[in-house]
Design a protein around this ligand. Sequence first.
Ligand SMILES: C[S@@+](CC[C@H](N)C(=O)[O-])C[C@H]1O[C@@H](n2cnc3c(N)ncnc32)[C@H](O)[C@@H]1O
Length: 449
Amino acid sequence: MSDLNSVEINKRSRLRNDKDYIHIFKYMGSKRELLPEIKEVIATMIEPNDGILDIFAGTGNVGNYLKNDYNIYTNDIQEYTRVITDSIIGASQYKELPSVKATLSELRNHYLSHKKSLSSMLVNTLKISNSFINIEKNSWDEEKRLLYKEFCNSLPSPVNGYATENEEFNRLFNIYLDRSESKNNSFPYCQITFLFSETYFSLEQTIDIDSLKYAIDKTLTHKIFKNVYLSALIHAFSYSSSGTGHFAMFRDLVDVKSVEDTFIYRSKSVWELFEKKLHEIYEYHKFIPNLKYEAYNMDYSVLLKNREIAQNYKLIYADPPYSSVHYSRFYHAIESLVKYDYDIPTFKGRYRSDRHQSPFCQKQNVKGAFELLFRLAKENSASLLLSYADTGMIDLDTIIEISEHNGFKTSVVSIDYDHSTMGRKGHKSNRIKEYLVKSEFPDSFYLVQ
Ligand SMILES: C[S@@+](CC[C@H](N)C(=O)[O-])C[C@H]1O[C@@H](n2cnc3c(N)ncnc32)[C@H](O)[C@@H]1O
């Protein structure tokens, strides 16, 4: 383990709130709290205006934090990442965003007419759903809980094979199947309503989400500007959901308390959350002349094998998953919102049929995945900065060994850190060590190339 150079930085858990950061949604493994340390280490590895590839970008926090000083290329296997990085990094390539007042006014008209139409197709079910929302917080009891569960179970789901007595939803299912087969979407949009009503959201909230998605598609054509609005919708989606910030499974409503907790979120206004975040993104927006930016949406190894793209970056920032939990399971609902392809899930949790299984989350494949990452970085003559935790799937010594085996001069910065465990209330975090593993070429490497 030559050249191991460990620096200890003690860190309390804190919520980042500075002008270079914008929060879109809560994400497992987000590097939000480590951004200054990552920036500091990167400054020791490359020159200003060099290109960085944030290859497991997630929320795009890291690339976004660095965009004033470097050209930024992002990638993630999940498509929602590109929507977010377009909205916060890509938008900086433009002097101005389209007028928020005029765009919102047009968008609101489309939203309202869509909402009216979709609601009229579900008028009876909507009445029942709203009657539960109208129950006062402290008046829930066992009888009402059972009635609500019965209502939830009466809706189509993978558990009942999407077959129900509810005529309105049966009609919607036929539309859904048609669109799923033909890959054509049209008015009225209904994917979120069909898949997620009375699970993570109330029926009215899902109608609002579909109506907003429709309105965005109808109002905006420019890819980056559209993604600014979609990002605000992802925020509203995430914060109106009754999950704990992810979508691994909705609450089972086993007692009155869990129903009461769920209904705190049922009454959140999707439109208000959307509009507030949109204004925040507009205020945050800053024009950065000469910023080069591109977002990719593919497996890390496929991207690293592309030699033309490799010309653009000098450093790969790699923040792969640490645990056996697949992101495609935790964030499938956001992926469905973005892809909007009328996928037909087969599990109770409504996970997507094409969900990705990452080798970094699999004990038998993780070492091979790291070997490939370091080998391809070397072949691209790029330095590598890896973020990893001491609770990860593979230990630090093995990572250092792989790095050195590929000829990299390797050193480690170690940070004590309170890691969020994705709870919604109270202090839910674990004390862990986060590593920044620096893999650079020794000067002699360039001589033998
Ligand atoms: C720890 S998170 C990244 C968090 C990010 N740095 C942030 O601050 O938001 C890991 C990311 O790797 C992505 N991922 C997992 N396997 C992948 C693969 N084979 N290729 C590309 N991305 C992958 C996941 O979708 C997830 O967004």
